[in-house]
Write a protein that binds this ligand. Structure first.
Ligand code: HEC
Ligand code: HEC
Length: 214
């Protein structure tokens, strides 16, 4: 059931990224060489997918790939390690993550946490839905950074990505005790109705990415 749930997403990404890129991604030996001013070698692969221009951001397929600029450092590290250990699985990210050594991991985390935010879409001007208030307490918004460095910034993130990520906690394809408690009740039933979730992710996505905490 879990793998079936992921298939449409994988097909979309395969369509978006030519096979040559996929092979390059999986085969490229990550190098520890760091250049002075250019992004380090270890992130050159990552930026193809994760630093998107406004034109790329407008493509529905690219909206399944999270923007990483100004993301919280501890969260980035946890996510990459989770892919490498297959606690969180994705067919692109598992190979990419497992290919990083400790030094490169520190480099990519530092790079994205301090990278400028992606170019921003015009603000969507949506009012905050009531059910978003509990999320803001942890995730912050465009003026308040997330409460801790292991909580991801949601402001300005792609709406389809946010929705899919949240549903992952509901369905158990992504596991985290805090988010499982937020997303499901004691019996495992979703706490948010689909229309509430849609409203919450639309609101977060429309926010400016916000201030960097570092
Ligand atoms: C071919 C495109 C592609 C490349 C190249 C790529 N990623 Fe990803 N990355 C993705 C996709 C797609 C996801 C979302 C997967 C999912 O839904 O779990 C993702 C997710 C992530 C996440 C989780 C973000 C979050 O908000 O939870 C991190 C961190 C990440 N990638 C880091 C990297 C790093 C570091 C590199 C380079 C070493 C890299 N990625 C290279 C496509 C890519
Ligand atoms: C008590 C703190 C807390 C609250 C409240 C909370 N979250 Fe989270 N959220 C977290 C943490 C911690 C993570 C990182 C979990 C992980 O590493 O997988 C997270 C991860 C996420 C992600 C994954 C983001 C990504 O980049 O992949 C989404 C989406 C999300 N939360 C949505 C929500 C929504 C929507 C609400 C409100 C209904 C909410 N959260 C409430 C702490 C919280």
């Amino acid at each position: 059931m879990h793998s079936i749930a992921h298939k449409p997403i994988e097909r979309k990404i395969v369509k978006l990224f030519p096979v040559s890129l996929v092979l390059a991604v999986l085969a490229a030996p990550a190098s520890a060489q760091v250049m002075d001013r250019a992004p380090p070698q270890s992130v050159q692969l990552c930026v193809n997918c994760h630093n998107q221009t406004l034109e790329q951001q407008a493509m529905l397929d690219a909206q399944l790939i999270p923007l990483l600029g100004a993301q919280q450092p501890k969260y980035l590290e946890n996510a990459i390690l989770a892919y490498a250990r297959r606690q969180r699985d994705h067919f692109f990210m598992r190979g990419v993550a497992a290919g990083l050594n400790a030094e490169e991991l520190a480099e990519v985390v530092h790079y994205f946490a301090s990278a400028p935010r992606a170019p921003e879409r015009p603000s969507a001007q949506v009012f905050m839905p009531a059910s978003a208030a509990q999320c803001v307490a942890c995730h912050g918004d465009s003026t308040i950074p997330p409460a801790t460095e292991d909580i991801p910034r949601l402001a300005g993130q792609h709406q389809p990505y946010l929705k899919g990520a949240f549903l992952g906690y509901v369905q158990g394809t992504r596991r985290h005790p805090v988010m499982q408690a937020v997303a499901t009740d004691a019996k495992g039933a979703p706490k948010l109705q689909m229309d509430e979730l849609d409203a919450v992710v639309r609101w977060f996505s429309g926010l400016s990415r916000g201030v960097s905490s570092r």
